[in-house]
Design a protein around this ligand. Structure first.
Ligand code: C2E
Ligand code: MG
Ligand code: MG
Length: 497
């Protein structure tokens, strides 16, 4: 997804601090209005007013901050309860903020935040629903928007007659925000994710509503961003499961609960092993042996994947070296690395360190990355992977064919191996369209001088079809399920010495 367009003549001037009605100096000029507009009871002395202003308003946008929002929400909820109205709390995040920030730099990012604050505010003013909020007296529609920090805003809708009105407002805000924004010659198309919690069903305290709107926001982001999500009770259960997993995972390394399974990659013509992929397993104290599906997402979200990934890398290299030391013919060991690992500044040195500690020669290590590792910050990923490759390590692109599968990655990145995602292999050979695409991918890989591997080969029909397309390396249950190192070592000890 390209959200950055080339520089263009500015048609939407970026408000400078002096021009913006929502920047810090604006509220300074309206001190006298604060009580009426925001219900803030300012002390008479200018110094007390200044302190109150500093603690209650966001310096960049001049909007109420989290503290003031919390106070106002409390007030709105009490009034709503008395008058029998509904209240909606929306949390609004600027999508891909980290990436935007990296591309734009600090000044343009600040300008973007100010611009979005203005757009949200005018989006709210244009809303029929919000104008009703002014009936509250102390809290008019200007108080409905707050900035909670970073890329997060909050909107409080009072006098809510129908939950669908909240959706309508969210849509309006997202539309208002996503117009082209010209930031000093750089054009961006910001998108927003919105999480909504309703007082009628989701809680009647500021804490609960904010917490539930946050869970809904998290879900909107998980589902691909640029969308609105209402809170529902199932999210609570999912959140507590996630917390359980995260807590358990924190201790998993130190308590020796992590393990690696290895799945051979074979020559589909002979069945001979040419590589082994290391696959993470968690021996959970109560749930038994868990596959990555049960915990990898939490590991990513909590960043625990970084120390876990480091552990996997070292263990896999050590195992590969141990097999070699045991006299088993050397084969490549494949290690999955997550986008977060690739993004780290110490990624290259951690790979070098694993090779050094394990005494494994670099040509026997193959790092598998998925496209998500590439698009999150393509420039950095290219530098990091090129540096890793310079160590002598091989690189594979994993799960190819899913996600965006941009061909430019194949052009620009120095991959040695392309692994065709098992969703393609699954419907072979019956599905002609899939067969054609698979053949196309195999052809491209070979033209680019890459080895090609088919993942998830389960049937003899799939094996024969792939061989007929010229894809010889395969991995899948037809040949072997992932197994622990001891079991595999025993098989090779008998057959491959
Ligand atoms: P992947 O890298 O594409 O690994 C292949 C997955 O396909 C493995 O699932 C493997 O057990 C499964 N598989 C292999 N052959 C077949 C088959 O014939 N049929 C079917 N239905 N499945 C097959 P697993 O071990 O559950 O791992 C799932 C994913 O978790 C991996 O997909 C990889 O993306 C991720 N993963 C595993 N270990 C690690 C790790 O150490 N670090 C990171 N970051 N991700 C890991
Ligand atoms: Mg893999
Ligand atoms: Mg894969």
């Amino acid at each position: 997804m390209s959200f950055l367009k080339s520089a263009r003549k500015a048609d939407t001037p970026v408000p400078t601090p002096a021009q913006t009605s929502t920047q810090p100096s604006a509220p300074l000029a309206r001190v006298a209005d604060l009580k009426a507009r925001y219900g803030v009871d300012l002390d008479a002395t200018p110094e007390a007013a200044r302190i109150r202003r500093l603690t209650c308003f966001d310096a960049l946008t001049g909007l109420p901050n989290r503290l003031l929002l919390r106070e106002q929400l409390d007030l709105v909820l009490r009034m709503a309860q008395r008058q029998g109205h509904g209240v909606a709390v929306m949390l609004v995040d600027i999508d891909n903020f980290r990436r935007l920030k990296q591309s734009l730099g600090h000044q343009r990012t600040d300008a973007l935040i100010r611009l979005l604050a203005q757009r949200l505010q005018s989006g709210l003013r244009g809303s029929d629903l919000i104008s009703h909020a002014s009936q509250l007296g102390a809290v008019d529609h200007h108080g409905a928007l707050a900035r909670l920090g970073g890329n997060e805003f909050a909107v409080v809708l009072s006098h809510l007659a129908d939950p669908q009105d909240a959706e309508r407002v969210a849509r309006r805000l997202r539309e208002a925000a996503s117009r082209a924004a010209d930031l000093d010659g750089v054009e961006v198309y910001p998108t927003l994710s919105v999480g909504i919690a309703l007082s009628a069903t989701d809680g009647n305290t500021p804490e609960l509503l904010l917490e539930h709107a946050d869970l809904a926001l998290g879900r909107a982001m998980d589902q691909g961003r640029d969308r609105t999500q209402f809170y529902n009770a199932a999210m609570d259960a999912a959140a507590s499961t996630r917390i359980d997993i995260e807590t358990g995972l924190r201790n998993a390394i130190s308590q020796g609960q992590l393990a690696l399974a290895f799945q051979p990659r074979v020559d589909g013509r002979t069945g001979q092993s040419c590589a082994n992929e290391a696959l993470l397993r968690w021996r959970h104290p109560t749930k038994g042996l868990l596959a990555p599906e049960a915990f990898i997402e939490v590991a990513e979200q909590s960043q625990l994947i970084v120390p876990i990934g480091r552990w996997v890398l070292l263990q896999a290299c050590r195992q590969a070296r141990a097999w070699q030391d045991a006299g088993i013919a050397p084969t490549t060991v494949g290690v999955n690395v997550s986008a977060l690992q690739v993004c780290r500044p110490d990624f290259v040195s951690s790979v070098a360190r694993a090779l050094e500690l394990s005494r494994l020669a670099p040509q026997w290590l193959e790092l598998e990355v998925t496209e998500s590792a590439l698009w999150q910050d393509a420039g950095h990923a290219l530098r990091a992977l090129t540096a890793v490759k310079a160590l002598g390590v091989r690189l594979a692109i994993d799960d190819f064919g899913t996600g965006f599968s941009s061909l430019s990655y194949l052009r620009d990145f120095p991959f040695d191996v392309l692994k065709i995602d098992r969703s393609f292999v699954k419907t072979l050979p019956q599905d002609q369209r899939t067969a054609n695409i698979t053949q196309g991918i195999i052809d491209i890989s070979r033209r680019l001088g890459m080895e090609v591997v088919a993942e998830g080969v389960e049937t003899e029909g799939q094996r024969l079809a792939l061989l007929s397309y010229g894809c010889y390396q395969m991995q899948g249950f037809l040949f072997s399920r992932p197994a622990d190192a001891a079991a595999l070592g025993q098989v090779w000890g008998e057959t491959a010495r």
